[in-house]
Ligand binder design. Structure first.
Ligand SMILES: CSC[C@H]1O[C@H](OP(=O)(O)O)[C@H](O)[C@@H]1O
Length: 363
């Protein structure tokens, strides 16, 4: 998959076929490149829950398309049609709690339903499909813009370390934190990338390594626990990560393991960059302490890759049942440990509540 492969495809409804959302099944990567076609709401909801489709922007795009899968009774009244779409939106909102892009996208779709008058209810399905397609297209543009803005921060770098997967698989294409890496690669400045494994679901080892290798970017997988030693040895010029939700003061929720990376980066004077589109900001939340953190199932921790967790293959029991496990999917990095946040609008240096406010005010 190159940086601009289609993580999500939409098959719009026709006279002869219903709408469907066609996804790369990320639980099967890197061993198999297979696609999963979701033609019902439960299938799409399950695909988000199981991380078939994952990554904050990609979750929002998939959920937006998911609204068009709502079952609509041919004899329903306009009010009943709207109600069916509202129920679909509320159901999709229960899939995962942290990535605010999901709720941002669903709110956009809700606005289309709100605006549907009784006499134009017949066009609502098409307007919803058009809005989801617009959300998808806008994300492509935002990723390209983040690549451009973020690249300016990395021009003096030779090696960067990244966490989880923030490339085309986590977005429409190109990515957030990987976008500057792809952008520089296209310009002839190819960075070396350390991709840490990102336990327990190994998005770094399975997805970032696969994606960068496909794009011809040299990538070395390291364990999560190696990051500090690499920084101590002067082997990391910058850390660059994505985000699932950023509070009004610049606190950043991202994949579990991000916070310790920020502490290590500060201790070793390594710049720590966050790349996220403006729809990842939740300006209603004053600080990161208020960001809901998804607690995922035990089996993702108890088993090595595969088998009982939601990653296929024949994993082995790695943690005895007698031991308890915890599995928070995200942690929060305080703004004071973030060197800069890159959005599609530009760069927020040393983010704080005032600088975040100014960034949005300037847009
Ligand atoms: C470009 S957003 C990617 C973001 O989403 C990941 O979480 P998950 O794999 O659980 O969807 C991770 O936090 C990444 O930074």
């Amino acid at each position: 998959m190159s940086a601009d492969a289609e993580t999500i495809r939409y098959h719009a409804a026709t006279e002869n076929s219903a709408a469907a959302v066609d996804l790369i099944d990320q639980t099967r990567l890197p061993a198999e490149t297979v696609r999963l076609v979701c033609s019902t709401l439960p299938e799409l909801h399950d695909a988000i829950v199981r991380l078939v489709v994952r990554g904050a922007p990609a979750i929002g795009i998939a959920a937006a398309y998911g609204v068009t899968l709502a079952p609509i009774d041919a004899n329903a009244s306009p009010a009943e049609v709207r109600q069916s779409y509202y129920e679909a939106i509320d159901y999709l909102a229960t899939s995962r709690p942290t990535a605010v892009n999901l709720f941002w996208a669903l709110d956009r779709m809700r606005g289309i339903v709100d605006a549907a008058t009784d006499d134009a209810i017949g066009n609502l399905a098409q307007r919803l499909a058009d809005e989801a397609i617009a959300i998808h297209e806008e994300d492509r543009e935002m990723c390209r813009s983040m690549g451009r803005h973020g690249s300016a921060l990395l021009t003096k770098c030779q090696t960067v370390l990244t966490h989880c997967n923030t490339g085309g698989l986590a977005t429409s294409m190109y990515g957030t934190a990987l976008a500057p890496i792809y952008f520089l690669h296209e310009k002839g400045h190819t960075l070396n990338v350390y991709a840490d494994e990102t336990r327990p679901l190994m998005q770094g080892a399975r997805l970032t390594a696969w994606e960068l290798a496909q794009a011809g970017v040299p990538v070395t997988v390291c364990t999560d626990s190696m990051a500090g030693g690499l920084m101590r040895d002067g082997k990391v010029d910058a850390v660059i990560v994505g985000s699932d939700r950023i509070a009004a003061n610049g606190d950043v929720a991202n994949k579990i393991g991000t916070y310790p990376l920020s502490v290590l980066a500060r201790y070793h004077n390594v710049p720590f960059y966050v790349v996220a589109p403006t729809n990842t900001f939740d300006l209603e939340l004053a600080s990161g302490d208020l960001i809901p953190i998804e607690q995922r199932g035990e089996d993702e921790m108890r088993y090595t890759l595969g088998a009982e967790s939601n990653i296929h293959a024949n994993g082995r029991m790695a943690v005895p049942r007698e031991a308890a496990v915890i599995n928070p999917a995200f942690d929060v990095t305080p703004a004071e440990l973030v060197t800069a946040i890159v959005t599609e609008l530009g760069v927020i240096e040393s983010p704080n509540v005032e600088r975040v406010r100014q960034h949005f005010a300037a847009s």
